[in-house]
Design a protein around this ligand. Structure first.
Ligand code: AMP
Length: 301
């Protein structure tokens, strides 16, 4: 059953002016605004963000916009999946109040949105940023514009794109924006593969091979549960699983701290292991938060 049966239907906007008209009415009625920016091709991972945004009773705004500036030369901008009918359905069923579908001119051609923010800072050049030069500059450029248009109270981002979450937290702090940034845990297929719009590119054999990603994370987690804290050992454990998969080519496996994503030699506090690998022609990323056993709350008597 769609939500439309139970509640007023979702409203759609394309221009910034249309969006603001809808949001101002809600604001004047005292509603807080929760915002979920996406590139469309909506799936259950996006729906988890929508549910989290709706849980607090806020007005839920979702944007679907494939941001050309975050794709490098030779990346998959042209073939990135675009599924507007599915997006409308998933958003409606996900309890979204306002679906914003801007065109390029609405995001980059609008004099109302800032043009000043184009630099992700030093973190933008490492890990994903090293593999995809300019990617995070494109991310902060679009996020700064989307936040200016929506002016949300809470911004919901997936932990699936962990580095993006940290880059955006840093952006919000740098600009002094009055918005809370919440990271939402990764939604996964039953076999552990993180949901991603790019999974649609995988052939059946590659789809099976992609399970090496969650297996590598589980191996790292098991090593930590056994009391190992050496970053070299944890990374080697995860890498061995990926290396054993003939269709996977590792880009990086790195254990880093949760806030600044600096490599840590030893897991003495909460950390996150980040993976990137090509499976066939498709680049996949995943990560897992790791906590040494002595710091786990459930282990304390
Ligand atoms: P995208 O459309 O891929 O740019 O993603 C839009 C938002 O959804 C980002 O904040 C992503 O981190 C988040 N997201 C994507 N996949 C997942 C997932 N499997 N679980 C949770 N959040 C996700």
């Amino acid at each position: 059953m769609t939500r439309a049966v139970l509640a007023p239907s979702m409203q759609c906007a394309s221009s910034v002016a249309e969006l603001r008209t809808l949001l101002n009415a809600a604001r004047e009625a005292g509603r807080r605004i929760g915002f979920v920016p996406t590139m469309g091709a909506l799936h259950a991972g996006h729906a988890a963000l929508m549910r989290a945004a709706g849980a607090g009773g806020d007005l839920v705004v979702v944007s679907c916009y494939v941001n050309p500036r975050q794709f490098g030369v030779g990346e998959d901008l042209e073939r990135y999946p675009r599924t507007p009918d599915v997006d409308r359905r998933v958003a409606d069923e996900g309890g979204v109040d306002v679906l914003w579908l801007p065109a390029d001119r609405d995001v980059y051609g609008s004099a109302e949105l800032p043009d000043a923010v184009t630099d992700a800072g030093p973190l933008g050049d490492r890990l994903e940023g090293a593999a995809r030069p300019g990617h995070f500059d494109g991310v902060v450029a679009v996020v700064a514009r989307l936040l200016t248009a929506v002016e949300p109270d809470v911004l919901y981002l997936g932990e699936k794109d962990y580095q993006q979450l940290v880059v955006v937290r840093q952006l919000v702090a740098r600009l002094g924006l009055p918005v809370s940034v919440l990271g939402i845990p990764t939604a996964r297929e039953p076999d552990g593969l993180a949901l991603s719009s790019r999974n649609a590119f995988l052939t059946p054999a590659e789809r099976e091979a992609a399970c090496a990603m969650p297996r590598a994370l589980a191996a790292a987690e098991a090593l930590v549960a056994d009391g190992h804290t050496s970053a070299d050992a944890i990374e080697a454990e995860a890498r061995a699983v990926l290396d054993a998969e003939p269709l996977a080519t590792v880009d990086y496996v790195q254990l880093v701290d949760v806030d600044g994503l600096e490599r840590t030699a030893s897991l003495d506090g909460p950390g996150v292991v980040l993976l990137a690998a090509h499976v066939g022609a498709t680049r996949l990323i995943d990560n897992r938060l790791l906590t040494p056993p002595q710091l786990r709350i459930e282990d304390t008597p």
